[in-house]
Structures are given as structure tokens and as C-alpha cells.
Design a protein around this ligand. Sequence first.
Ligand SMILES: [Zn+2]
Ligand SMILES: [Zn+2]
Length: 80
Amino acid sequence: MACMCGDTHCSSCGPAQGNSRCPICRSWQDDGCEHFDAVTGLFKPEFLAEAERIYKAEADADTAYYAGLAEMEDPTRSDT
Ligand SMILES: [Zn+2]
Ligand SMILES: [Zn+2]
């Protein structure tokens, strides 16, 4: 379900327009925050490790979530 509001601060439309949220402070990138370099749009080196740690934690949480779903839907578990 795509949102078409076009707001760069919309959780759906923002990323579609190249705007993203800082995983550390949850600020939108176009608002600027201390973690992004305003010139390059990349994380500042001192925050890069922390940002990657958060991204990895989120990815692991997603993986665990989908693994849990797959387990619930596994038919071999229901006939025991
Ligand atoms: Zn939207
Ligand atoms: Zn930030």
C-alpha cells in the first residue's frame, strides 16, 4: 500500500524521495542532525560504527521475526 502524500517526512514517501531517517536520533536527514555530514549526506566517521550497529540490530530483528513466522506456518510442527 503506497502512500502518495509526497511529504518528505512521511515514513513511506520520505525514503522514496531520497530522504531517510537517522537511526541514532530518528531525525529526518533533510532536517539535519549531528550524525550526518551536511555536505556528503553520509554519516560522520565517528558515528558510522554506531549507525551500522543499529542497522544490523534492525536487520537481525527482521530476520528473527520472519523466522518466527516461518516456524508458525511450518506444517510439520502441527501434526505432532
Ligand atoms: Zn506519504
Ligand atoms: Zn542523528
